[in-house]
Design a protein around this ligand. Sequence first.
Ligand SMILES: *Cc1c(COP(=O)(O)O)cnc(C)c1O
Length: 482
Amino acid sequence: MSNPMTIFDKSQEGRKGINLPPLDVPEVSIQSSLLRQEDAKLPELSEFDVVRHYTNLSNKNFAIDKNFYPLGSCTMKYNPKIAERVASLEGFTQLHPHLITNNMNEDVQGALEVVDMLEEQLCEVTGMSAFTTTPQAGAHGEMLGVMMIEKYHESNGNKRKYIIVPDSSHGTNPATASMVGYDVITIKSDENGAMDFEAFKAKMSEEVACVMLTVPNTLGIYNKRIKEICDLAHSYGAMMYYDGANMNAIMGVARPGDIGFDVIHINVHKTFATPHGGGGPGSGPVGVNEKLKPFLPDLGVEKVDGKYEFSKGGVDTIGKISPFFGNYGISLRAIVYMMTLGGNGMYNSSSKAVLNANYIRVRLKDYFDVPFDSLCMHECVFSAKTLAKNGVTAMDIAKYLLDFGMHAPTVYFPLIVKEAIMIEPTETENKETLDIFCDRMIEAVKLAKEDPEAFKSYPKTLGVCRPDDTRAIKELDVCSCH
Ligand SMILES: *Cc1c(COP(=O)(O)O)cnc(C)c1O
């Protein structure tokens, strides 16, 4: 690594990065008990040193603005810079959140209008009757959705006992179900990668509170029997939960509300102009149909006599799940994104995301194992299990790609595919980029077969190459270069 030093290592006593003007206000003395005994140990550097330090650090990181980022189930795509511009307008960023709690809605009409617009547009995109933007991530939205379902069943006299999920579900689904106090029934996938319908039917009963499905599922497959599943669940009085974390194949094409779902969460930080893969802030708005509307959480907006006012959520609200309107900056990006694209634009995005994923699927299917050989939606899943017999794993393939300035695809997820490699190219990549990626993947397989041992020495060009994954998270060491 070219420069493994921290900013503290670079400090030189007396060096300065700022020039304050002479004091032109009366000096105030602070009582000595409130003063430090020793000077704070701050690094001392020139402004230029600081700029270089952080610029170099940012170059060591990987970002969607640098190159291809095919991390499956994260929708790492180009986010129009206009969304960033609007989200950083002072009129939004300088609003104090307590303007909301103090009911000073005169001063925040514009900000409230944005919440209203976002709720309305998400209703339009999903076919639901009402939305709340308060949840702060996908998992938070799931929790809210399931809590509303619980309250709905309670209001009918019995909260019920079980939540059904397929074995391909995202880990947050069963985790949410169990945190709210439900027992989880897991249904296996059939040979097409969809939830096994007969096994599902056998488990369906009046003790099932809801069925949680990701559509398309985490294998990138659209369940063709989705309507039958909804109808069967509803015939037992159960609710249908749509995990809409990734709307990239669906937006502008199909609407969960029309299919028959009762509640949905959307990760606007995946599909709608905020990158997800870096683990930054999220936002998981939740939409409901008429049946669940009474249970919406506190803080909503409503328009009374042409003016926006804060409202309680539903008439039978579950209460507050978030102090304010969630991560408001993410909401802003989402509304700008939708307004920039419009309905046709969203349809085109989804279509192209699906086309790109299928292009990769077809180009690579003779080189890797294919767990489910069918048309995919916005992402495709391969397996490296044949290569693994000779010692080369999905992780080794991922590591190889890093030398070529690309991010790796998701590996080892979904859990039901051995040595899984999950690729989500998104709509914003052009054919040339997809081809470079596919060429590298094919080259990787060739090299791995020729010399499995040598293949495990990639990446060779990066400062940090093969850390212990678990330890690297727990014991962050930004200076080491092994
Ligand atoms: C990302 C994701 C989630 C969880 O969203 P977070 O915002 O990370 O909590 C849930 N379900 C699916 C299918 C996802 O892809």
